[in-house]
Design a protein around this ligand. Structure first.
Ligand code: GDP
Ligand code: IMO
Ligand code: MG
Length: 426
């Protein structure tokens, strides 16, 4: 039997999941997305080319791999078409190996309009969403008036559902001159889109089960980070899906025995885009330095990412809620030049020391990080491919993290390129 792995982000997103998925896709037959949508930005640097994937699984870059978009994903037709065109321009042939669930909900132009209006209405409490319409699309899904891929093939039903949206969202749409509010045009565009996507629509759950039975290996590609999980993250400063391991089961229709291993992707420091608590955030020169050295600007929105030291308290939480077996540590090279590297080992709140994330996550706004300072290794790690080739102090840093979390390190990334990697297990 092939080994089925989950790749999940253990922080607030942008941990380097795209690179890890691309690497591990080499050992898999199938790569599947189970949640989120085009709010994701997954970067793969391979063969002298850079690819940023938003909706299509990063495994598509590896020739011959089959890629699935599950029912838990919210699929934006416009973003999907753009990405197909991007892949084609890059010479990546996706024909016959990209499949979509008929039960996936669609993100439509009016969702993006609502996203913008709601963000504005939140005022100083705005979440800093990606404005990709993700929240409003999941709201429609849960409210049971979403429009799904399957509806594309029944024009009368599609029309009726859009008409219902016209009434439901009147306060956003009526009288608007914004083209995202033009439901007649959306209807026409969707009928065209239906013919493009029709050959890709399959029963994803059934296909994955069959592949599994035939001994194929499946890689489940998480998007966003565990701290952005709608249930277990820093609510309300979260995204609208279950970004954690549980989302794999409901987002693809697979059973728990179709997961053999959970790999948590951990960036060697922490970043966050958008608003919300971030205990180890550095708003000083050190944070700016991490941002510059790590090139920490959003792959989807281009926004500068907030940067800070590694947060073991948050990682203890995400290792637990995901059942992480092993971690892949990325961007170690970004810390090469620092005289000291800090790790947050606990929080302080009202004189008490917290080893775990507080139950009321809003309290994260008040906690103060307790740091353990380790000496920097002050040498260039870029491109190192063997664990014992790393400077001793860098190995100490990594071992400290793994020991605290009680997990093994399966991989260390020492640069953006595919080959700049230590496969620790080999
Ligand atoms: P994702 O959303 O988790 O897939 O991560 P992003 O692609 O949004 O952000 C990660 C960024 O770091 C991308 O620009 C990657 O090319 C880059 N990257 C990944 N691993 C490494 C690494 O080990 N070192 C460096 N310097 N860059 C890396
Ligand atoms: P990847 O897959 C980092 C953040 C947004 C915002 C919050 C809600 O590349 O790691 P949304 O548009 O989802 O309603 O925004 O979630 N966010 C991400 N941050 N990486 C991502 O994806 C993100 N996707 C959403 O910045 O704070
Ligand atoms: Mg990203």
């Amino acid at each position: 039997m092939g080994k089925n792995r989950v790749v999940i982000g253990c922080q607030w997103g942008d941990e380097g999941k795209g690179k890890i998925v691309d690497l591990l896709a080499a050992e898999a037959d199938i790569i599947a997305r189970f949640q989120g949508g085009a709010n994701a930005g997954h970067t793969v640097v391979a063969g002298g080319s850079k690819y940023i994937l938003h909706l299509i699984p990063s495994g598509i870059i590896q020739p011959g791999k089959l890629c699935y978009i599950g029912n838990g994903v919210v699929l934006d037709p416009a973003a999907f078409l753009e990405e197909l065109a991007f892949l084609q321009a890059k010479g990546v042939d996706h024909r016959g190996r990209l499949f979509v669930s008929p039960a996936a909900n669609l993100v439509l132009p009016y969702h993006k309009l609502v996203d913008v209006v709601e963000e504005r209405a939140r005022g100083t409490e705005s979440l800093g969403t990606t404005m990709r319409g993700i929240g409003p699309a999941y709201v429609d899904k849960v409210a049971r008036h979403g429009i799904r891929v399957a509806d594309l093939f029944v024009p009368d039903r599609l029309k009726a559902r859009l008409d219902y949206q016209r009434r439901l969202k009147a306060k956003y749409l009526e009288g608007s001159t914004d083209e995202r509010a033009d439901l007649d045009r959306i209807y026409r565009d969707l009928l065209e889109f239906a013919e493009i996507i029709r050959p890709m629509v399959v029963d994803v759950s059934y296909e994955l089960m069959r592949a599994h039975r035939d001994g194929k290996a499946i890689l489940y590609e998480g998007a966003q980070g565990s701290m952005l999980d709608i249930d277990l993250g820093t609510y309300p400063f979260a995204t609208s899906s279950n970004t954690t391991t549980g989302g794999v089961l409901t987002g693809l229709g697979v059973g728990p025995r179709m997961i053999d291993e959970v790999i948590g992707v951990v960036k060697a420091y922490t970043t966050r885009v958008g608003a919300g608590p971030f205990p180890t955030e550095l708003v000083d020169a050190a944070g700016e330095r991490i941002r510059t050295l790590g090139d920490e600007y959003g792959a989807t929105t281009g926004r500068p990412r907030r940067c800070g030291w590694l947060d073991l308290v948050a990682l203890r939480h995400t290792v637990r809620i995901n059942g992480v077996d092993a971690i892949a540590v990325t961007k170690l090279d970004v810390l090469d030049e620092f005289d000291e590297v800090k790790i947050c080992v606990a929080y302080e709140l009202g004189g008490a020391r917290l080893e775990q994330v507080p139950l009321d996550l809003a309290a994260l706004n008040q906690v103060k990080p307790v740091y353990r300072s380790l000496p920097g290794w002050k040498s260039d790690c870029t491109g190192i491919t063997r664990f014992d080739g790393l400077p001793g102090l860098a190995r100490e840093y990594l071992n400290f993290i793994a020991a605290d979390l009680g997990v093994s390190i399966c991989l260390v990334s020492t640069g953006a390129k595919r080959e700049e990697t230590i496969m620790v297990r080999n």
